[in-house]
Design a binder for this molecule. Sequence first.
Ligand code: TA6
Length: 294
Amino acid sequence: PTVSIKDSTIEASLPSGESVTVHLYGATVTSWKANGQEQLFVSEKTHLDGSKPIRGGIPLVFPVFGPPPQNHVTSSLPQHGFARNSNWEFLGKSSSESAETAGQAKADLAVKLDFGLSHTMLTEEFRKAWPYEFGLVYSVTLTKDTLETSLQVRNEGTQNFDFQVLMHTYFDIGNLESKTYVDKTRNAISQSETSAALAITEETDRVYQDLDPAKPIIVSSAEDDKTIFSITREGLTDMVVWNPWIEKAKGMADFGPDEAYKKMLCVEAGSVSAWQTLEAGDAWEGGQSIKARL
Ligand code: TA6
């Protein structure tokens, strides 16, 4: 695998052609290419200069999901916390290849990129808004047909703190323009073959709670029921599904083109319906593994 660093982005690629790109701003994954195509959606109008969180890819939500609650220690943080709009540092890469078994072709490679953010790196504003000593290590692992993103949270202080965490993944669900759609983006989300699928046919913003993280969430095309993505998780039992649809898409200055709502879907693995308490000196880890669409 090769890893290249240019201005503030890190790109890793495998000999078989897959690649992942991560911006140090927010440690935001902004591209994941597999099976010869881009798997993630990034708005054409996104800011990339740190003036606003990146609109697309996989923004990281920590330590609070959504608008912070009133009268809470996170109250004066911005929506979705500070992780996605802070400058992280690149900690390094490691690549592994499972042992080559006799006769088989060289086993798949994996390349892992690590990023760090600690309380000492926060702006004064954010440090004042959430005065805890913490360390985050975010790992992005690319293999031939999967992308894993996992976060380790360490409490380096002397007081317990509560946090929420979520990986705000914007999936590119393919250019629906090519099909005759009665102006409906019909993509179904189902946790498994048995549970009812959620068809996306209007603005959708839902939190599914307490799901079995080992049971894959399947995003499939309503056209031919073909699986587009499947997502398994560890330590993240909630799943948020969001599509802004027409009006909200028009209403976001950094979302473009307006009709791009038809080709994206946010399926966000997280722990957001309650608060995780991390005791002084303890660590927590959670993550997702996404299988790329063919
Ligand atoms: O995806 C869940 C959500 O909380 C939606 O309600 C919507 O606000 C979205 O996140 C985007 O939030 P942002 O702060 O990035 O505009």
